[in-house]
Ligand binder design. Structure first.
Ligand SMILES: C[S@@+](CC[C@H](N)C(=O)[O-])C[C@H]1O[C@@H](n2cnc3c(N)ncnc32)[C@H](O)[C@@H]1O
Length: 389
């Protein structure tokens, strides 16, 4: 049966691009029987280049033996022999990871790096609060510190005391069980609200679901919950299986209905409807982004009156302007009228004054004439007329 040594010889021969060495490794291996040799040759013949051959070999190994660690080596070779490496060369976290040759152990699925980079880059260099559940030997905390920078507040949580002991002395590691909502809430109270929660803990269904249910509502607006190794939802040993009730992936699928909760009348948890911006599914990783949502609405554009609000506003403006203009015109009319009244009153007054002056002059003249009493009668008449006006 295929073992590590024979597989290594085949993969090295593939890396050297030597068909002869590949054939020699297969034909001279003492652990392979004829059927296995034939299966490996068929797999290798199905691809045209070393990367494709390594991948095909991995598929055949998985199918025949179920030995994932051997298949893992094939896929690893396919990645480095093919386009995988150039594609990830500019990824900062993959750069950190692949150049790490000393220090604390860091064990990652390589395709996680671009996922981290996609969802975490916007937080880089900022004073964000990050919680990682599952510290192990502290290797990933080292990586997050390097990535997020000195201003990030980084908290690790693990059920194992050793995680605290072996982590870098300046890393804060809390000890507790992620299936205990009280423990999770206390982390959020003491160190949150977190902008990022990474669940890389025990990966059981209960652990992942309790963590998501408890911590997502407590994450800061704009933050993310990233749950790793969700392939356990498909593993029998974790009570997983395709479509099996109770798995984390099934729980996530149900949340899709909550995200669309505005569009059906089935009961959903409003926390998820109102605050989940998106749920992104990757191989083994789910990223839930939190964002307070406005109620969804449709709008039509492409013509002048596409917004109801401005249309109403425009009507109001026209009406208010008309009312104001009418009021101003009314006021001006009154002012003008008052001015006219004042002027005509003054004119009348002046006229009376001149009449009076003329009358006085007449009176003086009359007084000097014989029959002055007749003049007095004239003065009385004029005075009476003035009072009447
Ligand atoms: C996959 S390792 C973490 C690896 C680490 N994040 C890294 O990348 O180097 C999983 C960790 O989860 C911890 N763990 C397991 N069950 C847990 C639980 N119920 N609560 C908290 N941590 C748990 C384990 O002790 C272990 O250290």
């Amino acid at each position: 049966m295929l073992n590590e040594e024979t597989l290594k010889a085949i993969l090295l021969a593939l890396a050297r691009r030597s068909d002869d060495d590949v054939e020699r490794a297969i034909s001279e291996s003492a652990v392979l029987d004829q059927a296995e040799r034939a299966r490996l040759r068929t797999a290798l013949d199905s691809a045209a280049d070393p990367a494709g051959m390594a991948r095909a070999l991995g598929d055949a190994v998985r199918e025949a033996t179920g030995l994932d660690f051997l298949a893992n080596e094939c896929y690893r070779a396919a990645f480095y022999l093919g386009d995988g490496l150039p594609a990830l060369r500019s990824d900062p976290l993959f750069g950190f990871f692949s150049s790490k040759r000393t220090g604390r152990v860091l064990d990652k699925w390589v395709h996680y790096f671009p996922i981290y980079t996609e969802h975490f880059s916007r937080f880089r260099g900022r004073p964000v609060r990050i919680l990682e559940i599952g510290v192990y030997r502290g290797g990933s905390l080292d990586m997050w510190r390097w990535f997020f920078g000195p201003d990030a507040i980084l908290v690790g949580a693990d059920i194992d005391e050793r995680a605290r002991e072996v982590s870098a002395p300046d890393h804060l590691v809390e000890i507790g069980d992620q299936t205990d909502p009280e423990f999770l809430r206390s982390l959020a109270e003491r160190h949150g609200p977190f902008d990022i929660v990474i669940d890389d803990g025990g990966h059981t269904m209960e652990q992942q679901i309790v963590t998501a249910e408890t911590l997502f509502p407590l994450i800061a607006d704009g933050g993310v919950l990233l749950t790793e190794d969700c392939h356990t939802s498909y593993w029998d040993s974790y009570q997983g299986g395709v479509g099996r009730a109770g798995t984390f992936i099934e729980w996530c699928k149900a949340k899709i209905d909550a995200v669309n909760g505005y569009h059906h009348d089935t009961t959903v948890d409003r926390v998820w409807t109102d605050t989940v911006d998106s749920i992104a599914f990757y191989d083994s990783v789910v990223v839930v982004k939190k964002q307070q949502r406005f109620a969804p609405f449709a709008e039509q554009v492409g013509h002048a009156e596409f917004l109801l609000l401005p249309r109403f506003s425009a009507q109001h403006v026209i009406e208010l302007t008309a009312r104001r203009d009418a009021a101003v015109a009314q006021r001006d009319d009154l002012l003008r009228q008052r001015e006219e009244d004042r002027r005509s009153a003054e004119a009348r007054e002046a006229q009376l004054e001149s009449d009076l002056a003329a009358a006085r002059a007449d009176t003086d003249t009359l007084r000097r004439l014989p029959g002055a009493s007749a003049a007095a009668g004239v003065i009385r008449r004029i005075s009476a007329r003035r009072r009447t006006d």
